[in-house]
Design a protein around this ligand. Structure first.
Ligand code: ZN
Length: 358
């Protein structure tokens, strides 16, 4: 079988790897259909890591995957071969203090796919065959394409950020950064009852997606640099701000327009930056980080299955595994790409609106 492995910066290889061995009783063998390229995959491929995290040994990339069950371990209940699933890449231990508190995203022994944070690294999911724990499998509705199902992971990140904000019903909300996470987050905000959603980015492609995902107003700060000015009046107009770009400028913009005691959730990982502490203090801004997700994955799959969130606008291109290196180059070009996905095996490279013949 073939696996997409990153050896170092600018060294991404499609390699033949040995097929998985015998299944443990609670495991599934899955034939992977689609894998979405995430910002962290891009960082590994372009720079060999991000911040202090570096690739120190060859690592398969990928954590946004869907597929079809190929075989079942002896004790797996309630699933069958041939079923289509979204695969949660979140693999907490279940027994550490944070897992026992229900904070699985803070698990001390987390084995999140495709992460060079621990060493040995946790291998990723961009492989034709994957052995998963049955608990990672979430059934996909017959009418939902497996490429859309592979959006469950980035949607989960957005849904967790909304949870961190602590309720957006009836609120005026700003989202800075409308790549796949920001745009899917907007779909979640609409579902969560936000009254008015303003989306900011530097790319018209991203803003068009944000509007299709439910933003009421979009602002391109490259071409409309003063468009946020009216929102500064009376100390700021937004009850909640979601910063999904990882940019210091965007974070500072958010602080200028957030209302006193507003909640500012940072989803983007932008490294170290300097912040206007006086503004945080004087406006009593609630600054909250948001990292990955856990229970939100099931919610994300349910929203996609029921058509409550339509993720199709986020997917800009699907390329076969044989073109994976080109797919990464395309994904890194924000002028023409939002979510780029890799199709494994014989999965179609056009976005299907009805059930695929998987
Ligand atoms: Zn744990």
């Amino acid at each position: 079988m073939q696996t997409l492995i990153c050896h170092a910066a600018q060294d991404l290889r499609i390699e033949n790897t040995p097929p998985p061995g015998a299944l443990q009783p609670h495991e599934l063998l899955v034939r992977v259909a689609y894998g979405g390229i995430c910002g962290s995959d891009l960082h590994y491929q372009q720079h060999g890591g991000f911040g202090t995290v570096r690739i120190k040994e060859p690592m398969a990339l990928g954590h946004e995957v869907s597929g079809v069950i190929e075989a079942l371990g002896a004790e797996v209940q309630g699933l069958k071969t041939g079923q289509r699933i979204a695969i949660s890449p979140s693999r907490p231990c279940g027994t550490c203090r944070y897992c026992q508190l229900g904070q699985h995203n803070h698990c001390l022994n987390m084995r999140f796919y495709g992460s060079a944070m621990p060493f040995p690294h946790i291998q990723g999911a961009f492989s034709e065959l994957l052995v998963i724990d049955a608990a990672q499998a979430h059934r996909v509705a017959d009418h939902l394409s497996l490429s859309e199902a592979a959006l469950a992971e980035p949607l989960s990140v957005g849904l967790h950020a909304i949870q961190r904000a602590g309720g957006v019903l009836g609120k005026q909300v700003l989202v800075t950064g409308c790549g796949p996470i920001g745009s899917l987050l907007i779909g979640g905000l609409r579902r969560a009852g936000a009254a008015h959603i303003v989306a900011v980015d530097l790319s018209d492609l991203a803003l068009d997606c944000a509007r299709r995902m439910g933003a009421d107003e979009t602002i391109n700060l490259r071409t409309q640099p003063d468009a946020l000015e009216p929102y500064k009046r009376d100390k700021g107009q937004f009850d909640a701000v979601f910063e999904a770009s990882g940019s210091e400028v965007a974070l500072r913009n958010g602080m200028d327009v957030i209302a006193p005691r507003g909640t500012l959730v940072t989803v983007g990982l932008g490294g170290d930056m300097s912040l206007p502490m006086n503004q945080i203090v004087a406006k009593e801004i609630e600054l909250r980080g948001s990292f990955r997700f856990h229970p939100e994955f099931a919610t994300a799959v349910r929203f996609l299955n029921q058509g409550l969130i339509d993720g199709k606008p986020v997917i800009t291109r699907i390329l076969p595994l044989s073109d994976a290196v080109a797919a990464f180059q395309l994904a890194g070009d924000k002028s023409q790409s939002l979510k780029v996905q890799i199709a494994f095996g014989d999965a179609p490279t056009t976005l299907q609106t009805t059930r695929e013949t998987a």
